[in-house]
Design a protein around this ligand. Sequence first.
Ligand SMILES: [Zn+2]
Length: 824
Amino acid sequence: MKYASAALFGLFLTFAFTPANASNGKGIPGDADLRFAQLETLLPTAGTTRTASGAPGAQYWQQRADYRIKVTLDEKRHRLVASQSITYMNRSPDSLSYVWLQLDQNIFKDDSIARRSEVAANSGTRRDSVGKGDSLSFAAMRRHQAFQDRKYGFEIGSVRDASGRTLSTTVNDTMMRIDLPQPLRPGTSIEIRFDWESNIVNEAAIGARGGYEYFEETNTYQYFLAQWFPRLVAYTDYAGWQHKQFLGRGEFTLEFGDYDIELTVPADHIVASTGELQNADAILTTTQRERLKRAATAKSPVFIVTPEEAKANEKEGTDRTRTWRFKAQNVRDFAWASSRKYIWDAMGYRQNDAARPFVMAMSFYPNEGEPIWSKYSTHAVIHTMEVYSRFSFPYPYPVAISVNSWERGGMEYPMITFNGYRPTADEKTGKLTYSRNTKYGLIGVIIHEVGHIYFPMIVNSDERQWTWMDEGLNTFLEYMAELEWEEKFPAFGDKTNVLDAITTYMQSSDQVPIMTNSESIVQFGPNAYSKPAAALSVLREVVMGRELFDHAFREYANRWKFKRPTPADFFRTMEDASGVDLDWFWRGWFYGTDHVDVAVGDIREYQVSSQDPDVEFPLKRSEFARDWPDSHSQKLNKAEGRTPRLERYPELKDFYNENDAFVVTNKDRNEYREFLEKLKPWEKATFERAVKAGEHVYFVDFRNVGGLVTPLPLTLNYVDGSREDYLVPAEVWRYNAIEVTKLFIRDKRIASIELDRNHLIADADKSNNVSPRRIAQSRIELFRARDAGRNQMLDALAELKTQGKSGDAAKTEEKALPLAPAQP
Ligand SMILES: [Zn+2]
């Protein structure tokens, strides 16, 4: 659907910017002045914590939270049992009389805001939404039953400070306030201790970012634990305590800190985790440690646990436990996975960074993920670091991990990612196959989730508020990395180009601007992922160029690594570091919902007139004859054999019958001479040169149908077969955002002009991109009229399929027999 009329986007602007002159008809066409207005009116006031240049200011601060957790995975009861301590450092200038914890597992409680505010359409698992109209999926019913069978959410014991004093607490949905005995002054810290337990959700049944997965055929499990422990709520300079409850989609706003975590799991489990394993000597076998050593310098991934070893391991089971201890520095979260099913492979990655030259890339997956996981996963992890580091900064952590945890999709945590996609085993033959979508989905999701270790795990944007700041930037870089993986990577469905993939969304009606809070976004994927990725692609390849864009983007990443940027910091840094005013771009792409569609309109061609009547009048005569042919009736009269009176009476002829209007007179010649004499020397020189060169002058009309102001990458196709690319900057629309006319003067004749030949600007309707228009060519298939509807009499005559005849119908029962037709 299109909404191209000027009235409609006038309405939108009134709504979005409430300008004084938008609705009274006195403004500039298309409110061009507002589209190019500076963003200061919309951005928060800059200051000493965040500067007007988009950098952290001299007074910038952020809080810090260090964690110590001892947790036991109770496999029999699918339950975590833990004792935890948090040391919270108040680096803000404020005294805090309470601190808040995030209790994300409480989202699964029966009375959570998230569950009570679900609408029918999304009450299935998050991968199983149903369309419009009433419908109920098996998955939605299974989820309902899973919630009936067990209770979820944190069960937290008494909360104490370091001296053992009990602190008073108040739980509010997915958050808990801990009241402090005395305010926590700036520059001081407090230690909080408590024990907790929680049931682990069956992820496939309930839909979550973590949980357990049950493998029916082998009666085995894997656990992938995310948002599994109470975490400190962020306290920021721009929002105070983050107070948006966890509703499921808006992800996390977290503080950096150090983690010391002891994971007690069944003794035959392999654990993948954020951080570095502290007790490898006690946990890993000699063989495993030797293999890890070999993997560090290997040219391809090395198995630490082979597929055969994993298969053997998953067959048994044990009541014994082992404790894996991990430490992680300067991370904003901690996640882990544990199973006796895991194959484990690893390959070292050397980077050009003195602080962190070596990173171990690792993958953990069950045999069900083979053969594609050992082939692609660890390579994809390293490929991500190679590309992302070039766009931002060297990977700062010791490990980068990909775990195969569910069917499809993925989720990111510091140093560790949970990723989907597995091959399919044929039910009868067991033969393994995988689709194109599975293969590229797997590579794509690993790049995406490992990419998130940069954004937002390091460039710590506020995911609970702004999904685009991590998903959008990350999808853009994922796209860049996919293009570097292989030439025709189907990065967006069947399309390789994000700009071709985004046009349908950008023309759709249910749209909100990219600058919308995470929980209020409609059309989540295109809005927060692909559209910002498309915007950054236009920015890099068209508006700014690679040199300016890459410098500014790297500047943003480095200014804000291990810090907390807001949208304004991104917008401002990209302008500040490149010297390009992009306010119009942010307004159009991030604050608006218009789409890109520019029509190339009329082209009018001229040559400069010599004004010499002896040259020009004959030309005018032939132009007149071409444009205004004699009356058609006259031709028919002639055909009928009518002779005009003038021919029958030649004496009626006079001067005007001998001379047409284009016969030159001496007066005409005198005027021409006077015109030449009055020209100033520079005018005469210009005139003579232009006439002599015979240059071709073109006036080309453009109409902004979609409303989003855009640069115009044009291709001028010449009559002689040559071609010229010409980029018109978006500022061409600053006086009139709807219609502009461009002037081209060329010494060659233009045959046609084409807009966006290389698909650079997400122009939605390509049919109006060439002038003169081309005939659209395609193939068309003949179709047959459909058969008539149900013939009950005929259907009743069908024989009942019995067991053995057809696998699918084998369970048909006698009582399902159709009634016999009435006997005559
Ligand atoms: Zn993502």
